[in-house]
Ligand binder design. Structure first.
Ligand SMILES: [Zn+2]
Length: 273
């Protein structure tokens, strides 16, 4: 994964999507106008930051990514596994008009010049590109979405609507919380063992680094879990690119919910045909 800066705005890109000539990026905190806990490139409306500042931040990241701000289509994330196909009428959702939907954690489109946008601060951003049918998608895979296998649901929906073959899909995992930072309780660990099978327990879960005495605390590897979801969906391992940047390990570069709690800005994922 690459860290790039354009006009003072710093963002992350993937080698595989760059090679495929797909416009995309994952934002950082750097290069915006917001202050305080939102310092500085907050892309979340309704987090307590001024709308004017958030809009200016959108203008800046859009210019850096060479994307059309007025035609962006935003998600409405609530930790579901709901993924929808959006089309021309959705250009500008959340930017020039209120969102016409609720509970949407994944977006798919084949519309050109309509950037998809999803939001993060530790949860796992998933990127999808089908080069054969020219389809892009983003989905938000927190622990609930990962247990629910939203990555697989996204690919299945791409297949249903556009004839996508999972073997062709490029999948990328963007900056989010790493396996050395993400401590979960036994009830969450149990859900992962149920979803991925006991044979994958050691691949996904380790005793807690922070509370080694506590048998009810585990470290969870969400990136590995998302990779298993892609493989289960039929994506070849060589098509999967995983970030080496953790949001919690890099608090100057990213907002982290585990560090800042709810008083923080939002990072965003962008992809456009
Ligand atoms: Zn970390």
């Amino acid at each position: 994964m690459n860290k790039e800066t354009k006009n003072g705005v710093t963002y992350m890109t993937f080698d595989s999507l760059k090679k495929a000539n797909v416009k995309h990026g994952f934002s950082t905190r750097l290069g915006g106008v917001s202050t305080g806990v939102y310092d500085s490139l907050n892309l979340g409306f309704n987090r307590g930051d001024s709308d004017d500042n958030v809009r200016e931040n959108y203008r800046r990241i859009s210019a850096a990514l060479d994307m059309n701000y007025q035609r962006m289509c935003l998600s409405k994330q609530t930790h579901t596994t709901n993924v929808i196909v959006v089309d021309e009428k959705d250009a500008g959702n959340g930017i020039i008009r209120p969102l016409p939907y609720d509970d949407v954690d994944g977006l798919i489109t084949n519309v050109k010049d309509m950037p998809l946008v999803t939001f993060y601060a530790d949860c796992v951003p998933l990127y999808f590109y089908d080069p054969i049918n020219e389809v892009v998608a983003l989905s938000h895979s927190g622990w609930r979405g990962t247990v629910g296998k939203i990555g697989k649901i996204t690919i299945e929906k791409m297949s249903q609507h556009f004839g996508t073959n999972p073997k062709d899909v490029l999948c990328c995992i963007a900056p989010s919380i790493c396996k050395n930072c993400y401590e979960v309780s036994a009830d969450v660990a149990d859900e992962f063992i149920r979803a991925f099978g006991p044979e994958n327990k050691d691949r996904l879960l380790r005793p807690s680094i922070f509370n080694p005495q506590d048998a009810d605390k585990y470290m969870l590897d969400l990136w590995e879990a998302c990779k298993l979801v892609f493989l289960e969906a039929g994506v070849p391992e060589s098509n999967i690119e995983i970030t080496d940047y953790c949001t919690r390990c890099n608090p100057k570069l990213f907002y982290s919910h585990r560090i800042m709690g709810a008083n923080r800005g939002s990072l965003a994922a962008f992809i456009s045909l």
